[in-house]
Design a binder for this molecule. Structure first.
Ligand code: GLU
Length: 356
């Protein structure tokens, strides 16, 4: 038995005219039901609310992008969840809707609360169908896209596998429509394939292959296998689980090490950081090394921002590149006083430190 997070993109769930693609939806529901009957636990991340709302309501006047997102998602989400509910109902499977937003992952307590919600649903045999709450999310605080959300959820619930269903078979060495491009079948832990990703996105969703490959690398580094595959392929989900050699896809193999749930939360928290700690080269080398070390003031060049003990801080090298994230073990006032000093308390303890 494994725990599988399945993310389905807007292009799979909706037709070009903005109507729900009931054919694709029912194929996916059939497969999820099969996986369930085999004993697997499934969590679905379903996009498509905005795309589906667009086909259902015509605004009376020109709307700005926020109002349009709110209107369309409010209408489209209901349509999608109703269809899911009906289709899963045919198998006697109960589904539940989880609409969430980035803030719910911002503090340790809200993160654990969101995690508990998912685990309670799974424990009670309910399939969570998750989407971002596009009616309430503030533009500047939104997930980049549902690929990012699915990565967060997959690591949060300790999933064995994250399957991202898209409208292409995976990551190619060039543009997928170019016949000379080749599908990259396997990405090893730590391998960088971003150079191969064509910076384009297609269709309705917010994401593209760029974010998919970035998220997949990060999530697999955290110990979860990630697969990108084409959602319209018949039986794609069941084949990916039972006989992956029979279906084209890109797999990002998980790093063996995995991370504790605290580190997983921290790894995804960079955008909530209240402060900035800049370390010198020597400290960077030590932090990147194999042994677990805390971030000590002696290797710190400067600190910026005002934070309390327990807040998230970003860690930069001297060139200004982000190298890690941590939960501060002292506040910014104390941190400022100890910059560069030996024998002082760590600014970030290694249990709460994530280096990229
Ligand atoms: N939450 C958006 C929707 O349901 C999708 C975001 C995305 O495309 O990743 O329409």
């Amino acid at each position: 038995m494994s725990r599988i997070v399945v993310k389905i993109g807007s292009n799979v769930l909706t037709r070009k005219d903005g109507k729900p693609n009931v054919t694709n939806m029912s194929a996916i529901v059939d497969q999820v039901a099969t996986l369930r009957s085999m004993g697997h636990e499934i969590i679905m991340i379903s996009s498509g609310a905005v795309a589906c709302g667009r086909g259902a309501v015509t605004p009376l006047r020109q709307l700005d992008s926020v109002a349009a997102r709110q209107l369309f998602s409010s209408v489209g989400q209901v349509k999608l969840i109703n269809i899911y509910n009906d289709l899963f109902g045919l198998y006697g499977i109960v589904v539940g809707q989880v609409l969430t937003q980035k803030e719910n992952f911002g503090s340790r307590s809200s993160y654990l609360n969101q995690r508990a919600c998912m685990l309670t649903m799974i424990e009670n045999g309910v399939i969570p169908i998750v989407n971002e709450n596009d009616t309430a999310s503030l533009t500047e605080l939104m997930f980049t896209d549902n690929d990012e959300l699915s990565g967060m959820i997959a690591t949060m619930v300790d999933a064995d596998m994250l399957i991202i269903l898209s409208n292409v078979d995976g990551i190619y060495t060039g543009n997928p429509s170019d016949p000379s491009s080749r599908l990259i079948e396997k990405v090893m832990p730590g391998e960088d394939v971003s150079g191969n990703v064509v910076a384009s996105k297609s269709g309705f969703g917010r994401g593209g292959m760029g974010t998919k490959s970035g998220i997949a690398s990060k999530v697999s580094e955290e110990g979860v296998m990630v697969i990108i595959a084409k959602g319209e392929r018949p039986n794609v989900l069941v084949d990916l689980v039972n006989s992956p050699e029979n279906v084209p896809h890109t797999v990002f193999l998980p790093s063996n090490e995995g991370l504790s749930t605290v580190k997983r939360w921290i790894a995804h928290s960079s955008s909530f950081a209240k402060g900035k700690i800049v370390v010198d080269r020597q400290a960077e080398e030590v932090l990147r090394g194999d042994s677990a070390v805390s971030l000590l003031p002696v290797g710190v060049v400067s600190v910026e921002g005002d934070w309390e003990e327990g807040d998230i801080v970003n860690i930069y090298d001297e060139k200004g590149s982000l190298i890690g994230v941590g939960k501060a073990s002292i506040d910014s006032g104390n941190a400022r006083q100890t910059v560069g000093m030996k024998g002082e308390r760590p600014m970030v303890h290694y249990d709460y430190l994530y280096i990229e």
